[in-house]
Design a protein around this ligand. Structure first.
Ligand SMILES: Nc1ncnc2c1ncn2[C@@H]1O[C@H](COP(=O)(O)OP(=O)(O)OP(=O)(O)O)[C@@H](O)[C@H]1O
Ligand SMILES: [Mg+2]
Length: 274
């Protein structure tokens, strides 16, 4: 296990640093890959697709993954790895609801406890962990009004992103403005509206690394279960297990059909620009 884990906790609590270390300059001499560290130190043996996600070096990662693929498990591992290996880093967990960010926060907390890392609260945020190496992890409440003041964030993770409001994105994206930080956005699709849908489909966001992780690629979900889901609730099967953005029952037209209406490649029905 890494030596630093046994370092004594710092006695005084630091306020959130005005300018956190840039992830590029804060790199310690040797950082194990997330997946190798997870297997060796945590005992989490990622499957091949999970390894790709965990070790992805992109600054923007979007995960369109089925239910139970291991989104939260991967995020918790990535967060713990980052906090441990990049001293003084600021990590923020945002979710559409307090419950979700609380759950991911708890996963991280339990993981650090399992590794023997002593943490304490920052004394400000209800969901906060300060590590002996100065790294700080905060699970934010949902209300965008109360999530300001985390500039210099090194790693920003949004869980259950399909349910997050545009206001939440607007409130938290500036955390990365000057930090060259990394952002992970994860969800199972939910309808054809919202920021997660837009981020996934916006081709102008070229530096975003997109991962589509369907249930038939997950070694832990048996084919029989998927067959059952397909019979019992086909709409949910395609959305929640095959990661398709489906038109909501209340939505009259499929979003793709509407998009095609604006595509110059299609001839107008009646000619003369009509
Ligand atoms: N590589 C793995 N090996 C063994 N178990 C795993 C692996 N990856 C994930 N799991 C287990 O699969 C279960 C689902 O994981 P997790 O809760 O992280 O999924 P999720 O995608 O966040 O699910 P949900 O869509 O319900 O939020 C958990 O019990 C987790 O421990
Ligand atoms: Mg989850």
């Amino acid at each position: 296990m890494d030596n630093w884990i046994k370092r004594p906790a710092k006695s005084s609590q630091k306020p959130w640093p005005a300018s956190a270390p840039d992830a590029r300059t804060a790199t310690p001499a040797v950082v194990p890959s997330v997946s190798a560290w997870a297997a060796e130190v945590v005992g989490f043996h990622a499957d091949p697709l999970q390894k790709e996600v965990l070790d992805c070096p992109a600054k923007r990662v979007i995960l369109n993954a089925c239910r139970q693929f291991g989104k939260s498990q991967m995020a918790a591992t990535r967060i713990a790895h980052y906090a441990i290996h990049y001293p003084d880093s600021n990590i923020v967990i945002a979710s559409p609801g307090k419950r979700q960010s609380g759950e991911l926060f708890l996963k991280v907390k339990n993981l650090l406890a399992k590794l023997g890392v002593h943490t304490k609260s920052d004394g400000i945020n209800e969901h906060s962990l300060v590590l002996p190496n100065g790294s700080r992890i905060v699970g934010l409440p949902h209300s965008p009004d109360t999530v300001r003041g985390f500039s210099g964030t090194s790693l920003l993770v949004i869980d259950e992103a399909s349910y997050a409001s545009p206001e939440l994105y607007v409130a938290i994206m500036p955390f990365l403005a000057t930090s060259n930080g990394t952002m992970w956005v994860m969800s199972t699709p939910k309808g054809q509206t919202g920021m997660f849908y837009e981020l996934w489909h916006n081709e102008r966001l070229t530096r975003w690394q997109r991962f589509r992780l369907t249930a038939d690629q997950c070694p832990r979900i048996p084919a029989e279960f998927l067959e059952e889901m397909k019979i019992i609730h086909p709409a949910r099967y395609w959305e929640e297990f095959m990661c398709e953005f489906r038109a909501a029952a209340t939505q009259v037209f499929d979003r793709e059909i509407l998009t095609r209406c604006h595509d110059d490649a299609y001839e107008p029905f009646f000619g003369n620009g009509v």
